[in-house]
Write a protein that binds this ligand. Structure first.
Ligand SMILES: *Cc1c(COP(=O)(O)O)cnc(C)c1O
Length: 438
């Protein structure tokens, strides 16, 4: 087989050949044999409104017959203009400029480069370092790996990139202060404050995933941390970069996670759900202050040089506009609330008493169940036992695509899932766990 798949030990395909997926409809994926799978993780967190959503299909099809792609330098077009206006209408206050890229990692690259270059243009070339959180994940291109606290992805390539400055992160599951997340005022912010104070003169900014470190084992933390971060970065005169690539567009219950802390960052990176999983697209939203630092007479001098061939692709922008129209027309954020509660309850009902459950945590549409060999004594499974991976295989047999993250079974379904389907999914999850662990 010539295809080398991402995030996969290819040897596994000897025992578990890849599923040959044929089509998708709503929350279901269908393979060539006609087996159906509930897409419980939204095809890697991107699909919000189901596969082959008719409203998105129509928008992309119409755009396809009009203008499929065009250079985006010195050109604009209706889907990009509409999308920019729609994004700024829902963005947190102060975000006024929209820069396009075509995947999440590249949005992070653009934000890091833009942050540093803005300081350089303002006469501060020494401001070139970034703080990032332990267990953070910001994509896998070289610049993004430099701010990646998740060692699994970063360590093997360490010689290839500039490692920025890691700060121990908030981690409510292992809270050293013995707090609970609800209503917590984030005393753990102290480590970040110290790092900012220590490195202030060379810092360009701080990058975090607001409220949930998804790839970092779904570590969740309270909004107070973000409020403190906003204040500390403003006081230090450095940028706050919010990577909302996974948590944006309603995943945490609000349109953007930063809203829950009542803060607005200097940069917001968005991708994943932006086209509801239809086409690759990402954006960096930023402020007039950043934009103005590049406004000058020559390209060669102060312009922001960062371009991708498919920047501002009209089809992707049309898919994103259709996605944002669904949010507006169906009042999705409000309509989601009852489903989110139902999902939390359904998972809790099944897993709370289970003997290998060490923690169940939820933020909005994200619910994660962490499994340990011995929860009482806090002993995880040996990673070589591949507990989570085996559970994922069992779930496939039972009709749910529940790709694990280490020994965590998590739920991040499309928003169009029904209450009955949530129950069905939670049942499959528990059955699959019991099939492996008894
Ligand atoms: C997925 C993800 C990225 C990277 O996006 P890609 O489109 O996969 O490059 C960056 N940051 C976060 C928080 C993500 O979840």
């Amino acid at each position: 087989m010539p295809i080398w798949h991402p995030c996969t030990q290819m040897k596994d395909h000897e025992s578990y050949p890849p599923v040959f997926m044929d089509r998708g409809q709503g929350i279901y994926l269908y393979d060539r044999e006609g087996n159906a799978y509930i897409d419980a993780i939204s095809s890697w967190w991107v699909n919000l409104f189901g596969h082959a959503n008719p409203r998105i299909v129509r928008a992309v099809t119409e755009q396809l017959t009009r203008l499929e792609h065009v250079i985006f330098a010195d050109v604009t077009h209706a889907p990009a203009e509409e999308l920019a206006a729609r994004l700024l209408a829902i963005a947190t206050e102060g975000l006024t400029r929209v820069f396009f890229a075509d995947n999440g990692s590249c949005a992070v690259e653009a934000a890091l480069k833009m942050s540093h270059a803005s300081w350089r243009n303002l006469g501060h070339p020494e401001k070139c370092r970034f703080l990032f959180l332990a267990n953070g994940y910001h994509g896998e291109t070289s610049g993004a790996l430099g701010v990646c606290g998740d060692r699994l992805y970063a360590a093997p390539f360490a010689p290839l990139f500039v490692e920025q400055i890691e700060v121990s992160g908030p981690d409510c599951f292992n809270c050293p202060y013995g707090r609970v997340r609800e209503g917590c005022d984030a005393p753990c912010f102290g480590a970040m404050q110290e790092a900012i104070d220590a490195h202030k003169d060379v810092l360009s900014g701080v990058i975090v995933e607001p409220l949930v470190q998804c790839a970092g084992n779904f570590r969740m933390y309270p909004p107070a941390y973000l409020a403190k971060l906003r204040q500390a970065t403003t006081e230090a005169g450095i940028h706050f970069i919010a990577d909302e690539i996974a948590v944006g567009f309603g995943r945490t219950g609000t349109m953007f996670a930063c809203e829950q802390a009542g803060v607005s960052p200097d940069f917001m990176c968005l991708s994943k759900g932006i086209t509801s999983g239809t086409l690759p697209l990402s954006v960096v939203l930023t402020t007039d202050a950043v934009f103005d630092a590049f406004y000058h007479d020559y390209v060669e001098d102060k312009a922001f040089l960062h371009s991708h061939s498919y920047t501002g692709n009209p089809l992707a922008c049309a898919a994103a506009c259709a996605t944002l129209r669904i949010f507006e027309e169906d009042d999705v954020i409000a309509a989601n609330r009852a489903k989110i509660d139902y999902l939390h309850t359904a998972v809790r009902e099944r897993f709370a008493g289970y003997r290998h459950t060490v923690d169940i945590r939820s933020t909005g549409w994200i619910t994660a169940v962490e499994l340990y060999a011995d929860p009482e004594r806090r002993i995880p499974f040996d990673w070589k036992a591949r507990t989570g991976f085996r559970i994922y295989q069992e779930a496939k047999k039972r009709g749910a695509w529940l790709r694990n993250l280490c020994d965590i079974v998590y739920f991040m379904p499309p928003y169009v899932i029904t209450l009955e389907e949530i129950d069905k999914l939670a049942d499959i999850a528990l059955d699959s766990v019991k099939a492996v662990l008894g």
